[in-house]
Design a protein around this ligand. Structure first.
Ligand code: GAR
Length: 208
C-alpha cells in the first residue's frame, strides 16, 4: 500500500480528483495519510476533513524564520512515514532537506507543458495568462518529480489541451484542469503505487 501525503494551498480540485480516484479504484493500492496546507483557510482542508482524512495547516507565517519553518515542516511530514508526497497546487518552496530526504518521492502537478511557462513566478492563473499572451495554440499539464530547481525535475506524464480563440485565463485554467490535471495526476500516482515508474539518468521510465 502506497502511503501518500497531499500538500495543498487552495481550492483543492486536484486533491478532490485524487480522493475520487482512490474511492473509485482508478488509483489502486494507495492510502491518503494526511493533507497538509500552508493556508488554514484552504478549501482543500475542508475537502479532506469531509472524507475523514487528517488535515492540518503549517504556515511559514507562524515561524520566526524560514529555517525554523523548514525544520518543523520536515519533522511534521516525517511523522506520517509516507512513501510519496504529492504537491497538488502547493505554493510554498519545498525545503532542500525535504527534497534530499524524499528524493524521487515528491511529485508536482504544473498547469503547462514543461518547459513552457514554468519556473519562478509561474503558478496558478499566471501560467495561463502567459500562455494566452504568447498566443500558443496548445498548452496542457505536466506531472514531474521535484528536484532542487523550480519545475525542473524528471517528467512523468504530460497531456496537451487546445487553446480556443475566446479563452480567458480562467476558462483556459478550467479546461486544463478538466482535460489534463485531474486525469494525469491520479494516473501518475496509480503508476507509482503499482511500481511502474523508475528514474534512470534523470529521466522517467514507465512500465515494467
Ligand atoms: C492547479 O492548476 C495546479 O496545477 C496549480 O495550482 C492549481 C491548484 O488548483 N499549480 C501550480 O501552478 C504549481 N506551480 P487546485 O487547488 O484546485 O488543485
Amino acid at each position: 500500500m502506497l502511503k501518500i501525503a497531499v500538500l495543498v494551498s487552495g481550492g483543492g480540485t486536484n486533491l478532490q480528483a485524487i480522493i475520487d480516484a482512490v474511492e473509485t479504484g482508478t488509483i489502486s493500492n494507495t492510502k491518503i495519510e494526511v493533507v497538509i496546507s500552508n493556508n488554514k483557510n484552504a478549501h482543500a482542508l475542508e475537502r479532506a476533513r469531509q472524507k475523514g482524512i487528517e488535515a492540518l495547516c503549517i504556515s511559514p507565517k507562524d515561524y520566526e524564520s524560514r529555517a525554523e519553518f523548514n525544520k518543523e515542516f520536515l519533522e511534521k511530514l516525517n511523522t506520517y512515514e509516507v512513501d510519496l508526497v504529492v504537491l497538488a497546487g502547493f505554493l510554498v518552496v519545498i525545503p532542500e532537506e525535504m527534497i534530499a530526504k524524499y528524493r524521487n518521492r515528491i511529485i508536482n502537478i504544473h498547469p503547462s507543458l514543461i518547459p513552457s511557462f514554468c519556473g519562478t513566478g509561474y503558478y496558478g492563473l499566471k501560467v495561463h495568462e502567459a500562455a494566452l499572451a504568447r498566443g500558443v495554440k496548445l498548452t496542457g499539464a505536466t506531472v514531474h518529480f521535484v528536484d532542487e530547481g523550480t519545475d525542473t525535475g524528471p517528467i512523468i506524464l504530460q497531456k496537451a489541451v487546445a487553446v480556443e480563440p475566446e479563452d480567458t485565463p480562467e476558462i483556459l485554467q478550467r479546461r486544463v484542469m478538466e482535460q489534463a490535471e485531474w486525469k494525469i495526476l491520479p494516473e501518475a500516482i496509480n503508476l507509482i503505487a503499482n511500481g511502474k515508474v523508475s528514474v534512470e539518468n534523470g529521466h522517467v521510465k514507465i512500465g515494467g
